[in-house]
Unconditional design. Structure first.
Length: 168
């Protein structure tokens, strides 16, 4: 298992997963396509929970990012799935069943993702309630880390704000 250094940038359209994020947890995650991330970059990723930024149509969001097999569910394939956090003045910020962000459907749209840092290993949880508590804590940490205006944070927000050029 090789490990890549941060920040790690990728770009992909948003694909369908099992739909559990919204349905079971109240925490939707935008699943990226392994093929579009690219084999070399995908192979360099190790499972874990990470923080960073996501760019969607020029808008930048803080992102709590799951990379791995969702061990509470035991997926066969590794996935990369950021939860995008709306700003505090956005009414969509607390729209979900557990009080997290629901932006509306953006399947098929191009997403830019910058993974800036690591939060914790992927862990199996006994029951969805414990998983939800853990993810809510990950989102809180993500927001705190994203608010520290380091040079890398500024640079990655700027990169995410540039709309995807579909010809490249
Ligand atoms: P799936 O298993 O298909 O990824 P989810 O239940 O995880 O389904 O929901 C993810 C979808 O919900 C995203 O692809 C996107 O279209 C939408 N969505 C709405 N709000 C968010 C958000 N805050 N973060 C990520 N995706 C969101
Ligand atoms: Mg998802």
């Amino acid at each position: 298992m090789s490990s890549a250094s941060f920040p790690l940038r990728m770009q992909s359209s948003v694909v369908r997963g099992f739909g559990r994020g919204s349905r079971d947890l109240g925490i939707p995650t935008a699943n990226l396509s392994r093929a579009e991330i690219g084999d070399a970059l995908f192979a360099s990723l190790s499972p874990g929970i990470f923080w960073g930024f996501a760019g969607l149509n020029g808008d930048v969001y803080k992102a709590a990012i799951s990379v791995g097999y969702n061990p509470t569910y035991g997926n066969a394939e590794m996935t990369v799935e950021p939860h995008l956090v709306a700003r505090s003045d956005d009414e969509r910020r607390a729209a979900s069943s557990c009080g997290e962000t629901v932006l509306g459907d953006f399947y098929g749209e191009q997403l830019k993702l910058s993974i800036v840092g690591y939060i914790r290993p992927e862990l199996p949880f006994e029951g969805l309630d414990k998983l939800i508590v853990a993810i809510k804590n990950d989102i809180k940490k993500t927001e705190e880390l994203c608010d520290i205006e380091t040079a890398i944070v500024k640079q990655e927000k700027e990169w995410c704000a540039v709309r995807v050029d579909k010809s490249s």
